[in-house]
Design a binder for this molecule. Sequence first.
Ligand code: FAD
Length: 484
Amino acid sequence: MPDTAPTLLWFRRDLRLDDNPALAAAVERGAPVIPLFILDDADAGDWAPGGASRWWLHKSLAALDKSLSKAGSKLVLRRGKAAEVIDAVVEETGATAVYWNRRYEPWATDRDGGIKKALKQRDIDVQSFNGSLLYEPWEVTTKQDTPFKVFSPFWREVQSKGDPAEPLAAPKKLAAPAKNLKSDDLDDWDLLPTKPDWAGGLRETWTPGEAGAAERLEWFLDEAVPDYKTKRNIPGSAATSALSPHLHFGEVSPRRIWHAARLASEARSNEPMDRGTASFLSEICWREFSYNLLFHNPDLPEVSLKREFEDFPWRDDPDGLKAWQRGQTGYPIVDAGMRELWHTGWMHNRVRMIAASFLIKDLLIHWREGEAWFWDTLVDADLANNSASWQWVAGCGADAAPYFRIFNPVLQGEKFDGDAAYVRRWVPELAKLPDAVIHKPWEAKPMELSEAGVTLGKTYPKPIVDHAAARKRALAALETIKKE
Ligand code: FAD
């Protein structure tokens, strides 16, 4: 006799119906499926989603519920410790199976292991799947079966595996649970900001949810990927996919992206991986690399991978930190980035590197302060990518830029924002300055400043540090840990 008792499908960072292996397996099982989402802040501790992520989560859950309704089902919302909520729902529904797609944050892997064990002891069919990565962190290893610490060989190894498995189609119809289950009201979770409502820029910029992700991917593959390699470092051009929040919340799978990108490349150039596609897919694999690092180094969000950096003489500088957070450092490219972040919940990758470098090296403020600010303000805040990237910029991570390579924010601005389109957009008070001085307004002639309506120290700050002096200070600080 087939088991007709329901399957509990625990949605987590896989908020989609397309290419969702746990959902496909639940449907395959034949019994009614109970789609459940648990607001598990209690389990995540310090790494519960920040403000911008909570806004996204609300919108994404609303979108998922809509998709489920179209398929004849409904999302059940509960809040609390996941183990307790799952127990309660299993009890209420008589579910005999619990399926989910895996997460890789250390707090989640510990917790999920415990839940799995407890459910197995009760003879529940409990299964987890890979719904977030091309390959599991234990599937891409060196010849010695150890984790990669350098990206290039990691990327070569991924390519040598050929294409990942084909994505799975979304189910058209879902057998809904027989009785109506109690569910929280999404609005009661207070995920959206109210007083004040700072989310206007987020609303203008994003369409969270699976449909928004599919649209973004289609646009990118139609319009932008051919020039991705040459333009991906230019923050003033819309040359990257902006898929990061969609990927973080699992509204699109990396397998779907991989196969769609390969097909688009073939249709365009008769090559399965033209230059733009290869470059884009290698970035998708930086994400995989970060997940690998986090999985094998669970303290990555808190502790420098290169342990000597734990003794680095970081400065305590609340004023500097505040100026950085508010985009008031006096360095236009840094300020543009920090203001883009505040307004949209996202920042261009090149500018993330410049802004992070400025905090860590020009201000000598601990990378963890920057990591925490990004955690709260990014819509794509992701424990693996955020911690790995901050450590990368700080020079204490895997395959990191050496600490002594210190970005000059003026030269970076001039090189990657030569026409100053980006700075003019995000630092409008400088918009009328000529290109030649807009990245270093303190070098503008008095006439240029007055014609542009700029009064340094009044309408726009003077630089909070002198870069040349700050660079020397940073290198001297590095010497102290070298000696130790
Ligand atoms: P695209 O260029 O279109 O790339 C496609 C996808 O590949 C991205 O969506 C992302 O998932 C992945 N990717 C691209 N670059 C990287 C990278 N360097 N490392 C890891 N994955 C990458 N990314 C996050 O998703 N979440 C974070 O919290 C995050 N924090 C960062 C903090 C710092 C200090 C820095 C320097 C980078 C950070 N990144 C983070 C990486 C990167 O900046 C973003 O993934 C990228 O800017 C997202 O834009 P996109 O989707 O247009 O990227």
